[in-house]
Design a protein around this ligand. Sequence first.
Ligand SMILES: Cc1cc2nc3c(=O)[nH]c(=O)nc-3n(C[C@H](O)[C@H](O)[C@H](O)COP(=O)(O)OP(=O)(O)OC[C@H]3O[C@@H](n4cnc5c(N)ncnc54)[C@H](O)[C@@H]3O)c2cc1C
Length: 503
Amino acid sequence: MERMPETACLSGMTTSATSIVLGAGYAGLTAAALLANEQHDVIVLESHDTLGGCASFFRKGPYTFDVGATTIAGLREHQPAGRVFKKLGITPHVVRQDPGMLIRTPHADVVRHAEKHAWIEEVQRIFPQGNQAGFWNKLYQLESGVWGLIGGLTHFPPAQMSDYVKLLSPAALKGAPLATGLIRPVDVLMERYGVHRDPAFRDFIDEQLLISTQNTSEKAPYLTGAMGLTYPSDTYYPMGGMYRPALQLMRSATANGARIKFRRSVTSIVRNPSTNTWRVTCASGEVYEATNVISSIPIWNMPSLTEGRVASWYQKKGRRFDNSWCAVTAYFVLEGVPKLPGQYVQLHLDEPIPHVHSKSLFLTISHPDDREKAPAGHSTVTVSTHARSHDWKGLSDEAYREQKQRVHEHIMRIIMRRMPEFAGMVVSVQDAGTPRTWVTYTQRYDGYVGGIPHDVARPLVTLPPNQTPFRGLYHIGDSAFPGQGTPAVMLSAWNTVQRIFDA
Ligand SMILES: Cc1cc2nc3c(=O)[nH]c(=O)nc-3n(C[C@H](O)[C@H](O)[C@H](O)COP(=O)(O)OP(=O)(O)OC[C@H]3O[C@@H](n4cnc5c(N)ncnc54)[C@H](O)[C@@H]3O)c2cc1C
């Protein structure tokens, strides 16, 4: 793991700033960089010894592995990541993926072309039932409508009267008809276009939705479903790893004076009513004080870090949205460079894997020219899939190790059977991750990752808001509005920073 510079330990003293950002994942680093860019005095506290959180990395010898997130989207100037990078003058080194993904079902290889018409032709060929062209054209139309709306809605969901007034703007009113798509599931659109009858197509859609909205067609709202299903049309492989653009955010923040402190595990966040500031204490005993606290620590962790009304508020939110997924991951080196149309493969399973709760594995194979990931002629592979925390709780150390090994071996067996492109290549440097691993490295409660599943029963607007009811306390990241994925968490940071500047 790359060690980040550490500042001197200040145990016993109080360090002040205007804002304290908690967490150095994509959300926290975006907020810090945007604040620092406006000469705002900001400190970032991160418990781990490096950046990135769920989009972090680890190294083994000459190899670098993404730990979780591997693909970046939303890079156009009108989209969340693109807007942030443009504002900060950052140009991430990325390779556009076309096809966006290879989807290997038990019956066929589906090439997820980036270009809309090529994709519609492909999907019609593989799943000829119903009006596929109508279905996909509608999804693309919805997706572009959402991007048009997002730019103008920095104070959404509304937290105070002035935010409601902003909702009466022409841009917001124009987007109002899209709101139906937040309370009706993808299913409805599938039926409308007659593509719902083929069970193979439903499985196909469900696995695509699961990696983007964390839910399936019966429950995922069709508006965010449209964004999830169309994202492979404009997705990018970050050279060096997913942490690289995050590192650029961090460098932008520090160049503008932000103080980033690693190995600072926050243990308490308490409001001091006499000074109208927040006191943040770390496990080391260091104390920080600021007018604003911007937390990207998941909402489920917050009750144990806060007290009184603040803790109760987070408890209530945590109970309402207590259905997050966890992840099981696998990492390995291929001593070879497989011939594939792109870096991303979604493998739809033809047999269940114990303690895996989805029917697919997502594989990211390093780019052949990515020398940071692997030496020439070798590749690194990161694999992820959905898991549930209860499967990994209450196990003795021995039972845990045995279960982890069994699941990992099963995943590897399936990959080697279903990926003939890897045939004849030596597999080395294997590693695995479970919900326990995620707790260790990111401290995330129960290993909950991937944010809150999008669900018509709990519309997006009811997600924990970026501005909490407590003055100066903001919440960003994948357990707050607008949800998970790097573009979404960057949007939560962007909107929050606008709120702070407007306050
Ligand atoms: C397996 C997997 C694959 C994914 N694939 C993709 C993908 O391909 N593309 C994509 O866009 N998204 C993907 N995602 C989702 C994406 O990674 C997340 O939504 C996003 O990175 C979350 O960023 P964040 O800053 O909100 O949270 P995090 O990345 O979790 O950052 C929070 C930070 O807070 C720190 N922290 C926690 N507690 C404390 C504490 N008490 N004190 C101090 N610091 C603390 C953590 O160490 C962490 O660094 C994936 C997620 C997973 C798990």
